[in-house]
Design a protein around this ligand. Structure first.
Ligand SMILES: *[C@@H]1O[C@H](CO)[C@@H](O)[C@H](O)[C@H]1NC(C)=O
Ligand SMILES: *[C@@H]1O[C@H](CO)[C@@H](O)[C@H](O)[C@H]1NC(C)=O
Length: 347
């Protein structure tokens, strides 16, 4: 287990030469408080663009991307057009799928992830284009055979129809393996000082209730190549530890949590533990001693539960619900396909 974990970390660290441009497109039907269509663009996991069916334009999220578009105004027009045409095509696809799957009512969600990756050492380029429907993998483009793979039975009709559209297949291939990496290289040039910076996080110890695991939480670091672990008596400790994934913050920085279950540790032994954060390429480690006095919590014992508490809980639950719904929009790539990331632990 430990070996596997370290292996994963090193794979992650060794990927510094890989760059990516990703698009996440999401269309919903029957969800009233969200735009019907939302598009996101990410460079090296940093959000650079946003569009939705309400604003009807593309918002740039980074100054260097704004500088870029000033120099390439036609490219900005292309994005605005793409946002609009994808919106039409997603809407048509959702109508078609609902009809074909006999779904007359309820909320439905169609998502796609397109990405190209470029290795700046070997020059290798890799493309990826896949759709999900109602939170499950649906259909994926196979760039080797230039056909669509139905990832579940209901996608088979779509596969046959899309396989017949050779122009679109050829365009997808050209886009993913040529155009996309070319633009990515240009974006990276404008964003290099931003994307090559390092930022250390603030680290805190958090605990939900006195019997919950203690979470060592680092937020605000950049880039997303970091290690965090617990130590006992100065040695790496992996027992009763739950490693979270590195997740993006809205400002382009990242966060991670590593939980330590202390239920079988005597209070006097707590001081033997500390939590270590290490950012790739930065020599210093941030060490946080496990000290009860430093743990931050929102917990109030039931006897001192405030009168306004119930409203607070309802508001918090609503907030969590909204976060859970929006959390669906971000997919993370796995070894075999990709699924919605657990940005927020949903009840
Ligand atoms: C859709 O519903 C109709 C009528 O209820 C039924 O005949 C048909 O088999 C259903 N199709 C699917 C794919 O479930
Ligand atoms: C913590 O560990 C105890 C005993 O080892 C176990 O019963 C409990 O479920 C664990 N808590 C969590 C949140 O994993």
């Amino acid at each position: 287990m430990k070996t596997l974990f370290m292996l994963l970390l090193f794979c992650h660290v060794s990927s510094t030469v890989k760059h990516s441009l990703k698009y996440f497109l999401t269309a919903t039907s029957g969800v009233s408080n969200l735009p019907e269509f939302v598009g996101l663009a990410l460079v090296d996991e940093v959000q650079v663009g946003y569009c939705d069916s309400n604003i009807k334009t593309v918002e740039l999220k980074q100054d260097w991307m704004r500088d870029f578009m000033k120099d390439y105004p036609k490219h900005m027009e292309w994005y605005i057009q793409m946002c609009f045409s994808e919106q039409q095509s997603f809407r048509a696809n959702i109508v078609d799928l609902k009809q074909r799957l006999n779904q007359t009512e309820g909320a439905h969600i169609l998502q796609s992830m397109d990405s190209c990756e470029w290795n700046d050492e070997t020059g290798e380029v890799f493309g990826f284009h896949q759709y999900g429907y109602d939170g499950e993998d649906f259909i994926a483009l196979d760039l080797q055979t230039l056909t669509w793979n139905a990832l579940r039975q209901q996608a088979f009709t779509t596969k046959l129809r899309w396989d017949a559209d050779k122009d679109r297949l050829e365009y997808n291939k050209y886009y993913l393996l040529h155009e996309c990496p070319d633009w990515l290289k240009k974006y990276l040039h404008y964003g290099r000082s931003f994307l090559q910076r390092t930022e250390l996080p603030s680290v805190s110890l958090l605990q939900k209730t006195p019997s919950s695991p203690v979470s060592c939480h680092a937020t605000g670091f950049y880039p997303d190549r970091a290690m965090m672990y617990w130590r006992k008596d100065g040695e790496e400790h992996h027992e009763d530890v739950d490693h979270g994934e590195i997740l993006p913050n809205h400002d382009g920085s990242f966060q991670i949590s590593v939980d330590l279950n202390l239920s079988s540790v005597a209070p006097e032994d707590w001081r033997r533990y500390d939590c270590v954060f290490h950012l790739s390429g930065v020599e210093d480690h941030i060490v946080t001693k496990l000290d009860k006095a430093q743990i931050r919590t929102n917990w109030v014992s039931p006897s001192e539960f405030p009168a306004g508490g119930v409203t607070g809980v309802v508001v918090a639950l609503l907030l969590l619900l909204v976060l859970c719904i929006t959390g669906l929009f971000i997919w993370r790539k796995n070894n075999n396909g990709f699924r919605p990331a657990n940005r927020v632990k949903c009840p």
